[in-house]
Design a protein. Structure first.
Length: 154
């Protein structure tokens, strides 16, 4: 989040402001599509900057390796669950801003994340899924360092 904030402040916003200035210099702003587009883009960049600034004020870094109660599922845990068909799924409980479903990183506020919090090995939970409900049984709980994530500007 810090990398994105720095990118938006130092690179993206100055680029958009320069493009907006160029578009404004072209004349009549009421019918200038480029000007209207750049104004909208600047509002979006500023909105994201405000969001990130507020979020970073409240962020608390959690080190999964510092967890003392490793026999239960808490924030930062990598949990292996088994469903009723015997298939194993691995989820890592992360914050809302870190979610990556493809990598198995789910929010602690998601239905599965909330259901797993506080559970121990062998505990079963029933979770509402998009296609009904599923019963999941906790098969393993591991606390390990999170892999680093590079910021890729869009």
């Amino acid at each position: 989040m810090t990398d994105e904030l720095t990118f938006l402040r130092t690179k993206k916003r100055p680029e958009v402001v320069a493009a907006l200035s160029d578009a404004a210099a072209e004349g009549d702003r009421s019918e200038n599509a480029e000007y209207i587009y750049r104004k909208r883009q600047l509002r979006e960049v500023d909105r994201r900057l405000r969001f990130l600034s507020k979020r970073l004020d409240d962020v608390q870094v959690v080190d999964p390796l510092a967890q003392t109660r490793t026999e239960q599922v808490f924030f930062g845990a990598t949990v292996t669950v088994e469903d009723q068909e015997g298939l194993e799924h691995v989820y890592r409980i992360v914050g809302q801003d870190e979610v990556d479903g493809g990598a198995g990183e789910i929010s602690w506020k998601s239905p599965v994340g909330r259901a797993l919090l506080g559970k121990s090995l062998g505990d079963s939970v029933v979770v509402r899924w998009h296609a009904g409900t599923r019963e999941l049984t906790v098969a393993a709980i591991v606390y390990e360092a999170a892999p680093p994530r590079p910021f890729i500007p869009t």
